[in-house]
Design a protein around this ligand. Structure first.
Ligand SMILES: [Zn+2]
Length: 278
């Protein structure tokens, strides 16, 4: 998708949606709130009736609210047992199929846990699975960006470097830039200079359009040194979101900004207002 600017939306159906379990109502609510996009959360399983996915596709198109998606939490491409790796691959493919039916063009997921293995070995395994997934999706004629998430826990695969390498090696792979996780994971990346540095690395290491087609996650966050995460509203957190948006604006970044603070739409609207004021 071509973007003119950053688009703002919520991770899942907004809290103020009358029918909280209806993603179609969620998209309508996003539109009423003056937000731009919505992420479908398949955190606890990838199931959706066909009339829901076709309805979502329709309402998203009619209201001009593009969709992204987030795969299930129980994915681990570095599981001990091969059958668990296989079912993780299937879950990612299933997420891609349903996302595609809904018209989503970008999906994110947590790729793997290190399980105390060497990160280099884990990288190779993840890369192998990603290539298998890509090939299967090609055969199904499904075109979707596969975006492993920048994860917040040091036990999880998904550092900035890993995502950049994976993007270089796998065609349909792009990073999902969770800046709150990056802060939680490293205890750094909370100043404008550091945000500039990250965006500079993305620009230099990846194709020029990497900053023109981003999938970003933002929330308030608290963390301990192991990256044990708690999502907070932005105002309750130390996360320097204004600095981040100053940088994103300076680099003319475009794409999706998905807010997963507990108050979802409140922070998403605050972010959008601030960004548009720059
Ligand atoms: Zn996530």
């Amino acid at each position: 998708m071509k973007f003119d600017r950053l688009l703002f939306g919520t991770a899942g159906v907004p809290n103020t949606t009358a029918k909280k379990n209806s993603p179609i109502e969620g998209v309508k609510r996003i539109h009423e709130l003056g937000l731009d996009c919505m992420q479908l959360e398949f955190a606890h399983g990838v199931r959706m009736k066909e009339e829901v996915s076709s309805g979502l596709r329709k309402v998203s198109y009619e209201l001009g609210i593009p969709l992204t998606s987030h795969g299930p939490y129980y994915i681990n491409l570095n599981a001990r047992e091969q059958d668990k790796i296989d079912s993780s691959v299937e879950r990612i493919i299933q997420t891609a199929k349903i996302s595609d039916l809904c018209g989503a063009e970008s999906m994110t997921f947590h790729a793997a846990f290190y399980m105390k293995d060497s990160p280099f070995d884990v990288f190779d395994l993840v890369e192998k699975s990603m290539n298998i997934i890509e090939e299967r999706l090609n055969r199904l004629d499904i075109e979707i960006e596969l975006r492993p998430e920048l994860t917040g826990k040091t036990s999880q695969f998904g550092s900035l470097d890993e995502l950049i390498s994976l993007t270089k090696n796998v065609n349909s792979c792009r990073p999902c830039m969770d800046f709150s996780h990056l802060f939680a994971r490293t205890g750094k990346y909370n100043t404008e200079e550091e945000f500039d540095a990250v965006l500079g690395v993305l620009k230099e290491e990846l194709a020029a359009e990497a900053l023109q087609n981003m999938h970003i996650h933002i929330s308030g966050i608290s963390s301990n040194s192991k990256g044990d995460l708690k999502h907070l509203n932005l105002e309750q957190s130390d996360f320097n979101w204004k600095g981040l948006f100053n940088s994103l604006k300076r680099f003319d970044c475009r794409g999706y900004v998905i807010c997963n603070s507990p108050n979802l739409e409140d922070d998403a609207k605050m972010l959008k207002e601030y960004y548009l004021s720059l």
